[in-house]
Design a protein around this ligand. Structure first.
Ligand code: FES
Length: 78
């Protein structure tokens, strides 16, 4: 299924770029131009990056950071 109709980019192509380490819409745009014309596909590209690819979902990253800085946990561990 096409994600970016301006450049004929499919979901599968976006996932392949993501699996190759391109984990932001800007990096996807650099690889295949998707999102650089009308921009209507950028939200869909963002959604694809968060699931079914090797790119980490933002919620997991936020949880990891939050756990790192919880003072009570640091005090218990000491
Ligand atoms: S649909 Fe992707 S830039 Fe227009």
């Amino acid at each position: 299924m096409y994600v970016c109709s301006c450049f004929g980019i499919t979901e599968e192509q976006v996932k392949q770029h993501a699996d190759a380490g391109r984990c932001t819409p800007r990096q996807i745009a650099s690889a295949c131009k998707a999102g650089t014309d009308c921009g209507s596909c950028v939200r869909r590209i963002q959604a694809l990056l968060g699931r079914g690819t090797s790119c980490a979902p933002r919620t997991e990253m936020a949880t990891t950071v939050a756990r790192t800085f919880v003072p009570d946990e640091a005090a218990r561990a000491a």
